[in-house]
Every structure is written in C-alpha cells, then in structure tokens.
Design a protein around this ligand. Sequence first.
Ligand SMILES: Nc1ncnc2c1ncn2[C@@H]1O[C@H](COP(=O)(O)OP(=O)(O)OP(=O)(O)O)[C@@H](O)[C@H]1O
Ligand SMILES: [Mg+2]
Length: 281
Amino acid sequence: MSNSGKDSLSRDASLEQGRAAGEPPARANRVSKEYVGGKIVALDDVSLDIRENQVTALIGPSGCGKTTMLRLIAGLEYPTRGGVEVYGQPILGPGPERGMVFQAYTSFPWLSVLKNVEHGMKIQGLPRDARRARAEKFLKLVHLDDFADSYPVQLSGGMKQRVAIARTLAQNPQLLLLDEPFGALDAQVTWEMEEMIIEIIESENKTVILITHDIQEAIYLADRIIFFTRQPGKIKADMPMEFKGGRRFLRKEDLLSEPGYVDMEKLLYQMMREEIQGRVS
Ligand SMILES: Nc1ncnc2c1ncn2[C@@H]1O[C@H](COP(=O)(O)OP(=O)(O)OP(=O)(O)O)[C@@H](O)[C@H]1O
Ligand SMILES: [Mg+2]
C-alpha cells in the first residue's frame, strides 16, 4: 500500500498489538555494527531486550558502542548484521514512539522556549490549543514555566537541556532515549536534573534507555545496568539493581545509605578499571 497515512496508522496498530502481547519496547537481536568496511567493530553480536517501564542504563568505556546502540534503536542507523525491533516491529527509521535527547542541545534560536517545546507537536499535526496546553504542562514539569517567553540564548546550559527534555516528552514517546543528557553540565546542575528525571519517570511512566559514564548516576537512575566492553562492543554484564527492591529514590542522598549501594558502586568501578587496563596492555 502506498498511502503513507494508512501505513502509519497500521504501524501504530501493530505497535499497540506488539505491546499488548508483551513484546519489549526495544530489542536487539544478534546485532553487529561495523564501520570503515569492518575495520571498526562498534557492536559485535549483541542481543538485548529492554523491559517496559524500566530505566536501563548503558555504561562502559569510551568507544564501546553505547551511542551506536542508541542510534540503532532510534532508527538513525542500521545494523550491519542482526535486527532491532520496537514492540516486535522491525525498526526502519525514526518513529514518534521513540524520543531521543542528545548530549548537545539542539534548539531553534528564533523560537521562544514555549514555541520550541510546541514545535514537534506542530509537525505531528496537533491543534494549536492542545499543543499549547501540553507545552505548558511539560515546561512546568521541568520547572521552566517562568521562562516560556524567553529565547534559548537567554538560558543556561542546564535550562536548555530541560527544554530539550520537555520538547521530547511533549511528543509523548513510549520510549525515551537519553544519550549522556547531562554530560555538559556541572555537578550541582546534574544532580538537580537527575532528581527531576526520577520525578518525570515516576509521573509519566516511561521506558527509558540512558547512556552515562557516571557510575553514581547509573546506579541512582537505573533499574538495570548493562555494561558494555570496549571494542568490539559486547555485553559484559547485565545487572538488575536488586538492592533497590524496585524503589526509586526522589532524593539522591537517600540511596547512598541503602545497604548494597556501596558494593554495587565498587563492583562497577572494578569492571570499568578492568576494561580500561585491558586497553593499556
Ligand atoms: N560514523 C562512524 N564512522 C566510523 N566510526 C564510527 C562512527 N560512529 C561510531 N564509530 C566508532 O564506533 C565505535 C563506537 O562508537 P560510539 O559512539 O558508539 O561509542 P560510545 O560508547 O558512545 O563512546 P563515548 O562514551 O565516548 O560516547 C568507536 O570506535 C567510534 O569511533
Ligand atoms: Mg557516546
């Protein structure tokens, strides 16, 4: 069928069916990704199921293929071998059920904060009143309602990143893909943003895949941590954060005194050191 409206409707229905049947929000099935004619193996035979309503953190040394994995799930790149799926459907490109926040904030400098957040919904064809109401809701959620009429140039880095998160959430993706969203921010702002993300995850009930190189951040935000080895990128460990007992902590310091926290942090540092030393020798 060549009618793209019908195609996208039937795709929505297939995604909904897959979801109802318990298909995972994202699946990598024996995925390899090579660059430069096979000289660089970014991912080597990786299989992974992401679980609904969980926060999964991808961590590992620089160059181990984390961003590549996220871009494959976002539909921005294609595997060299193997397949990626969203709710059981093959990923053929980007889709509205997946929203990505990049490390480097991308905004339209000529649009106000409010209009930046509305923009994606405008493209989706949402009527003006509905998108205004949603934009206001999500600006409030990221504590930027007082800055709706400001322009990006007037905002700090952390505020710009909150606009990016609000804009992505406002488009209502099931699956939120975050590639080191706080990488460029200072420690104090990062801390506030992490707590804000917990609030959002709890209130919006999303599935999140988060890349970070910050071990504390991974433990704080994630229900499950996937550790990737350095090139070629493979899964070294798949670790549910059992010590949290399914809880999410609205205040970061409450996690630090939880039994099991220090052991998990130590284990992840040891794993990171193993990977880095492997590169040196
Ligand atoms: N477009 C590309 N062309 C060639 N090589 C690439 C390309 N994109 C990624 N790579 C290579 O694939 C490997 C994995 O890159 P990727 O960006 O996924 O790593 P990463 O784990 O996200 O690293 P970092 O923590 O530094 O962001 C690296 O060796 C990188 O140089
Ligand atoms: Mg990366």
